[in-house]
Ligand binder design. Sequence first.
Ligand SMILES: CC(C)(COP(=O)(O)OP(=O)(O)OC[C@H]1O[C@@H](n2cnc3c(N)ncnc32)[C@H](O)[C@@H]1OP(=O)(O)O)[C@@H](O)C(=O)NCCC(=O)NCCS
Length: 140
Amino acid sequence: MTVDDIAQVAEIERQIFSIPWSEKAFRDSMESDNTIYIVAKENDNVAGYAGMYLSFEEGNITNVAVNPLSRRKGIGEKIVRDILNRAYEKGVRDVFLEVRETNSVAIALYEKIGFKEEGIRKNFYDKPRENALIMWKHNL
Ligand SMILES: CC(C)(COP(=O)(O)OP(=O)(O)OC[C@H]1O[C@@H](n2cnc3c(N)ncnc32)[C@H](O)[C@@H]1OP(=O)(O)O)[C@@H](O)C(=O)NCCC(=O)NCCS
């Protein structure tokens, strides 16, 4: 992801999420030394994106989304696998993420890639209020 991608990323974000990250939130996170932000492109347009916050050997996936028009073509799986590989190269060995407990599509994607549910954060999300599953992938 570069600063030139952020307007398209934020537009997809607004379409999908009830509490979207702002352009500033993406820019600030992307420019930090301890994050990885990537995009997938189709014909020069952003089709999907993922972000991770790194803390020593631990990574936290903070963003994963695919443009609704580009789904079910393997892009989501590809960007998650790609960000895990990039994190591994930076020394990360264990990665976790939070996901809405009713988001069965994303949960299926993460399970396919080897993440397992290890806990719940009660009422983690707003709009609507909902629990988060905490999913981990260990020993990348
Ligand atoms: C979750 C998301 C990123 C998946 O992106 P995608 O590019 O459509 O997914 P892929 O085509 O790479 O699919 C990979 C796997 O995900 C699962 N999956 C994807 N779409 C699915 C669907 N509609 N129903 C069930 N499983 C699905 C399957 O396990 C699939 O593997 P398969 O093709 O072998 O069955 C996308 O649906 C999305 O952006 N959702 C809204 C945002 C979101 O929920 N982000 C996660 C927040 S934690």
